[in-house]
Design a binder for this molecule. Structure first.
Ligand code: SF4
Length: 730
């Protein structure tokens, strides 16, 4: 990683504005400060400090599809402001409030980790002592070596997720290290995103759909299970532009989100019934004669099987099951039939339930039935496939010893708590992840993390509640302190950023931490000594025409490179990209999915919600955090998000608007304030995800109520939006 070259000689001040030099030697006016005194003035005035604020180009790495380009204002080694930049045309200088407001705290706040720590108190107590890097790495080496000698290398496991989305900081040198070590493999996608990816790839193959910019010219945008205003901000900007031109917006979501409030039509369906609604729309579109027979004959397989299932759910029947008015189903179908262009933007919301894979598959089948796929029509999904990534080079899976087991991330809590594996898990590296807050079955994972027989290493930017359980905590550099390469899972632009400030305290980039760990374990091959520039080169295929002959390290910082077709046009499925399924067609029935996830996954299906708890809890994104990251709100008792409940359900339980309530099921109990509102339909309660345990009088948050054993119908995915609960007075 190259340290930022802060210009020690500020450029001459002009007028009332500081002029500084950014990393590309571009002079930029960035603030209003007093002019320096002229040389003829009293020399003592030179003793007054002159504030020099520099601008650095950066990229937001948080777990968000927008991957905004940023301008970071830096004073000395400190970030003083983060705002949007124009480097990425799609985000165009606009960023969300949470990053604008809380990034300085994120980098320099009281919770920031500055140096390695060793635990001195009980697990979870937060009592640590400062140690040096050598001491910390030596202890990790000693303890992990003991585990390997006694139990074998598979007793070690990384427990990581997607805190940062930089290609280097997320999964590069870290995985090389664990692969070489022979640690148990972790299947991470079950926690989030895996269901959606599988549904998409099973239907269309690993290809990009259309870019989100396309929403701007849609006659109808359908936003499905996507709390876009807080989790996909720039899509909303494009949708609003379309609406100003007369386009319509329909939103499918149990919750009346802000984007739903702005919609022409909101279908507030019951969680888990998306597949039925999509079936009903398919049936209604057929009745309207809107199915595009020629397109289907040429490009779609499994049509008759799909429609046979769908016809069992005509709108009249589906209306009751989904809790959506029959007229609204018919209205949406009519709009979809008429709209040209039609853009569908599914989010992560509908994947997080027992029927998540089926819901997405049935929804994304609708544009195929209509033949509305191409340059302007289509589905905003699959963006991660737009980039020429080379994970085999970057992560080196060839280093994995044959026969190494793979463990679903959702099962880790159970394995830690119950020791039900052979060999058992005895050394766990937690990084890019806050499992105590975000994993389902929170009490189970806490019990696992409390076990003294297991050695826990944490690598983090801040002292999270997960880090408080660790034996050794290593301070990680934030994305403002690292060089990295950024693909996106929401758009088709590749970006590179250099560090805006040096690492805070003794923090190190993830790549350097694992480089040092590899050296401690005497892994001396060149791949463990690769620099960050070399890792960037390993991350993407320089020979791919999308990179125009540039290696990853040669992507200009402060610019964004659009992934285009050879003709220079934006990538768009059925314009310059075709399905990449085994048949080369759109597969509404998928043998590939059946092979991976069982015969039941061959076609979309519906499983009703069972269980003894009457209310369905959903957990939407927060406008203040990215999951549990940033902590703009979410770390103090007063920050607990409310529980939203429909007036009918509140009345039936004798609950008033201002009371604190207890939300519970067999797994846990959470105290929340109650907000009675018709923003949720009857039978559904909602509370934002990601609040820290410190917000809760019971030391539990809503993750404690979610089962880690209930799985979606694809990818063994977590069912965060499909949890049965009851609610009563606190
Ligand atoms: S969290 Fe999303 S919207 Fe906010 S700055 Fe980061 S990428 Fe942009």
């Amino acid at each position: 990683m190259s340290a930022p070259a802060i210009n020690p000689e500020p450029a001459p001040l002009q007028g009332a504005q500081t002029v500084a030099t950014d990393r590309s030697d571009r002079q930029v006016k960035i603030g209003s400060f007093a002019d320096p005194p002229a040389p003829t003035e009293c020399p003592t005035s030179f003793l007054e400090p002159i504030m020099t604020v520099l601008e650095r180009a950066s990229v937001c790495t948080l777990d968000c599809p927008d991957t905004c380009s940023l301008t970071v204002e830096v004073e000395g080694d400190r970030i003083v402001k983060v705002r949007g930049s124009d480097a990425l045309p799609y985000t165009g200088g606009i960023i969300c409030n949470k990053v604008g407001r809380y990034s300085t705290e994120f980098a320099h706040g009281a919770n920031r980790l500055h140096w390695p720590l060793r635990r001195t108190g009980p697990r979870g107590s937060g009592r640590f002592e400062r140690v040096g890097w050598d001491e910390a790495l030596d202890e990790i080496h000693r303890r992990v070596t003991e585990v390997i000698e006694r139990f074998g290398p598979q007793a070690v496991i990384p427990l990581n997720y997607s805190g940062p989305h930089g290609m280097l900081s997320m999964d590069s040198m870290s995985l090389r290290f664990f692969h070489r070590l022979g640690a148990s493999q972790l299947y991470r996608r079950a926690l989030c995103g895996g269901v959606r990816s599988e549904a998409w790839a099973g239907t269309y193959g690993p290809v990009p759909g259309i870019g989100p910019e396309t929403a701007e010219s849609a006659a109808l945008n359908v936003v499905w299970g996507n709390n876009a205003t807080v989790a996909n901000l720039h899509l909303v900007r494009n949708i609003r532009a379309a609406m100003r031109k007369g386009g319509r917006l329909a939103v499918v979501d149990p919750l009346r989100t802000k984007i739903a409030q702005q919609a022409d039509l909101h279908l507030a369906l019951q969680p888990g019934t998306d597949v039925l609604l999509a079936f009903a729309l398919a049936v209604e579109l057929e009745r309207l004669g809107a199915h595009n027979d020629a397109f289907i004959a040429e490009h779609v397989s499994g049509y008759e099987e799909f429609m046979t299932l769908a016809r069992a759910w005509p709108p009249e029947k589906t209306s009751t099951e989904c809790g959506v008015a029959l007229a609204d189903i018919r209205l949406l179908a009519g709009w979809m039939a008429a709209a040209d262009p039609l853009v569908l933007a599914p989010g992560n919301g509908l994947e997080r339930g027992r029927n998540g894979g089926s819901g997405i598959r049935a929804a994304i089948a609708l544009p195929a039935l209509l033949g509305k796929l191409g340059r302007h029509n289509g589905i905003v999904l699959g963006a991660g496939n737009a980039f020429p990534k080379t994970p085999a080079q970057l992560q080196r899976p060839d280093l994995i010893p044959p026969g190494t087991r793979t463990i679903n991330i959702l099962d880790v809590g159970r394995h830690l708590e119950r020791d039900d594996l052979d060999p058992p898990l005895r050394a766990v590296f937690i990084y890019n992840h806050n499992p105590v807050v975000v994993h389902p079955d929170q009490n189970r994972i806490k019990a696992g993390l409390s076990r003294e027989e297991i050695f826990y290493v944490g690598i983090e930017i801040a002292m999270t509640e997960s880090m408080q359980y660790c034996d050794i905590v290593l301070p990680a550099a934030s994305h403002f302190e690292c060089d990295d390469l950024y693909a996106s899972y929401g758009h088709h632009w590749l970006q590179r950023a250099e560090a805006a400030i040096p690492p805070v305290g003794e923090a190190l980039p993830n790549t350097e931490i694992f480089r040092r760990l590899a050296a401690r374990f005497s892994y001396i091959d060149a791949c463990f000594r690769a620099s960050d520039r070399e890792l960037m080169d390993d991350a993407v295929d320089a020979a791919d025409p999308r990179l125009h002959g540039r290696r990853g390290s040669e992507i200009p910082a402060g610019e964004a490179v659009r992934m285009t077709a050879p003709d220079g046009r934006p990538l768009a499925l059925f314009d310059n990209v075709m399905p990449a399924t085994p048949s080369g067609r759109i597969e509404l029935a998928s043998d590939a999915l059946a092979e991976r996830w069982g015969e039941v996954a061959r076609l979309p299906g519906f499983r009703p919600r069972g269980g003894k708890f009457p209310l369905a809890l959903i957990s939407p994104s927060s406008a203040s955090r990215i999951s549990s990251t940033l902590l703009g709100r979410g770390g103090r008792p007063s920050d607990a998000p409310p529980l939203l409940m429909h007036p009918d359900n509140a009345r039936a339980r004798g609950l008033g608007d201002t009371r604190r309530v207890r939300v519970w099921n067999d797994r846990g109990s959470v105290i929340l304030s109650l907000q009675v509102t018709d923003a949720v339909p009857p039978g559904v309660v909602a509370s934002e995800k990601g609040a820290w345990l410190a917000t809760s009088p019971t030391g539990q948050t809503i993750s404690a109520l979610v089962s880690a054993d209930d799985r979606a119908d694809l990818a063994q995915g977590a069912c965060f939006n499909d949890t049965g609960v009851e609610v009563g007075p606190a």
